[in-house]
Write a protein of this length. Sequence first.
Length: 312
Amino acid sequence: MTIAAAQPSVHVRAPGKINLFMRVAEPGDDGYHDVATAYQAVSLYEDVVATPAAGFEVSFSGSVDVSGLPVDDSNLAIRAARLLAEETGVTEGVHLAIDKHVPIAGGMGGGSADAAAALVACDALWGTGLTKDELHGLAARLGADVPFSLAGGTAIGTGRGDRLSPVLATGSFHWVLVFAEFGLSTPAVYGELDRLRGEGQVPPDSVAPAGAPAVDPAVLQALRAGDPGLLAGALHNDLAAAAIGLAPELDEVLRLGASAGALAGLVSGSGPTLAFLAEGADEAISLAVTLSSAGHTAAHVHGPVHGARVVR
């Protein structure tokens, strides 16, 4: 069927994310790993403007290098738009103009944010009126991080990371992100983790869990208390050893952040973006200046923030 566009264009903003905690199980028979992770959406955003078009198109701009991004049907945002159209019977197309600020292949879910924003934007553009649960169902079919990009805030993710349970986080946490000039392939990082575990080369706290992975209750306690000092002691990422094994220079930056006053630092997701937790906004600004002075690209962000939503 044909649905008249509800608006001439729709602007949606979706956040990047960091993983405050990540435990990774051994790969299953299908090669995928179950995880238990604590997500937090942070104030580094992707902006997507959807306008009517004859087909499905995407274009990119932004503060990151977008020259290598696909603009065909392999692009996750295009896949999101097509999936929504197929599920709702829409026969129109859409042009998605994406202004990117989340690093590409950086472990912050930038592509997932684009897909979540595309779902929300196309739903509004076409007037399809899907419920939050229906959009979540489509998001889960697109990738493990897409549902969280829709929801935002702070949440526990289990399974592939797409089964979400919201978490109460009091107040705001301040982070300094350090962006690498290169990306890391998520499958490559998981493969390296499997190799390191097989050779007994991971730290004791990153050995594969005996049963289903779970988030440490100390993470939830710290978030509820709004206490960055408590949270600093609970941060963990099983993938860190693998990411550092593939990019050893990350370890030097983690050491620099610790010496410059960060409460704690960790690899975000599969990396190579690093996230340093600060006591507050002033401390985060000072840390960002120190890291920038050392030649790194650093940004102060805060979280939690909302998920993909229309910008009025």
